[in-house]
Write a protein that binds this ligand. Structure first.
Ligand SMILES: NC(=O)c1ccc[n+]([C@@H]2O[C@H](COP(=O)([O-])OP(=O)(O)OC[C@H]3O[C@@H](n4cnc5c(N)ncnc54)[C@H](OP(=O)(O)O)[C@@H]3O)[C@@H](O)[C@H]2O)c1
Length: 266
């Protein structure tokens, strides 16, 4: 699967505000939209896509199955419900939202996404927040490798090993919270790189994502910031800048300490 260098995040946006934000994002040039059953905005995402004059096949709509529906008898109808809510014929990329290892249902849920793809409900399937052991297990037990793993990734938690693991297997890495919700934009290394390149701190961070081989999914309700963020994909940082930003990583750098080995979400 080929994905754009950047996508548009939609967590916390819903209703008309979400439709308007996505209309602005599509107008700015975003073509990859990230949504989820649990964001309660699949309807708004679908409405924005349907109202847009951009051909449907040029837009990639993503959604995600929440862990409370991982049993097979629940999972397939819930994927169908996602598609119905968008009002679209299909969803382009459908992901499992968290592995939730204690319930041990992610293999069953993955098998259901394989069926959903066979039925044409979704075009491609992937996962979020999977650790290497989870990725290896679903492939071993179903024979199907996810095309994407969407993980928390930003300069304070650069996920260098996960990126290498994915790259070795041809799995695309998407970065959630790519700006760490904005709380690293005043770090002197980030502002320093930005000043040297004549770009904004957010652009320095997003250009770093592209340089390390990840697809960031920044969210912004502001049309101006949406354009600023998209333009970052054209900025080339020097290898030394990339290394300086990667060096900001720290073991406790996650935003909310959500380690998928133990943190679960339903
Ligand atoms: N798979 C998962 O488990 C998972 C978990 C979390 C998130 N996600 C996905 O990842 C997406 C991104 O993560 P996120 O929304 O949590 O955080 P984020 O994109 O890192 O940060 C969003 C925040 O940054 C601000 N911002 C955006 N562009 C900016 C700029 N150029 N300068 C300054 N501030 C800027 C936004 O404010 P304004 O709106 O005011 O611009 C917003 O408050 C989500 O929307 C969601 O689609 C997935």
């Amino acid at each position: 699967m080929k994905l754009p260098k950047i996508g548009f995040g939609t967590a916390k946006l819903s209703g008309t505000q979400c439709v308007e934000a996505i209309a602005g994002a599509l107008d700015a040039g975003y073509r990859l939209l990230d949504s989820a059953f649990n964001y309660a905005n699949e309807g708004a995402v679908g409405a924005a896509v349907r109202r847009s004059s951009i051909p449907r096949e040029d837009i990639l709509v993503t959604s995600k199955l929440p862990g409370r529906y991982y049993q097979r008898d629940l999972a397939l109808p819930m994927v169908q419900e996602s598609v119905y809510r968008t009002g679209l014929e299909y969803i382009d990329l459908y992901l499992l939202h968290w592995p939730n290892p204690s319930t041990d249902l992610y293999v069953e849920a993955w098998q259901t996404l394989v069926e959903a793809r066979q039925q044409g409900l979704v075009r491609e399937i992937g996962v979020c927040n999977f650790l290497p052991e989870h990725l290896e297990r679903i492939e071993r037990e179903t024979g199907v490798r996810p095309v994407v793993n969407q993980i928390e990734l930003h300069p304070y938690f650069p996920q260098t090993e996960a990126l290498a693991h994915h790259a070795d297997r041809g799995i695309l890495t998407q970065s959630w919270c790519p700006l760490r919700r904005g709380d690293l934009l005043e770090h002197p290394v980030i502002t320093g790189v930005a000043a040297e390149h004549g770009i904004t701190p957010a652009q320095a961070v997003l250009a770093w994502h592209v340089a390390v081989g990840a697809i960031p999914l920044p969210r912004s309700a502001s049309a101006e910031r949406q354009r600023e963020n998209l333009a970052a994909t054209e900025i080339r940082l020097r290898p030394a800048d990339v290394d300086r930003i990667t060096a900001l990583g720290r073991p406790d750098g996650r935003l909310k300490d959500q380690d998928p080995a133990v943190y679960e979400e339903y």
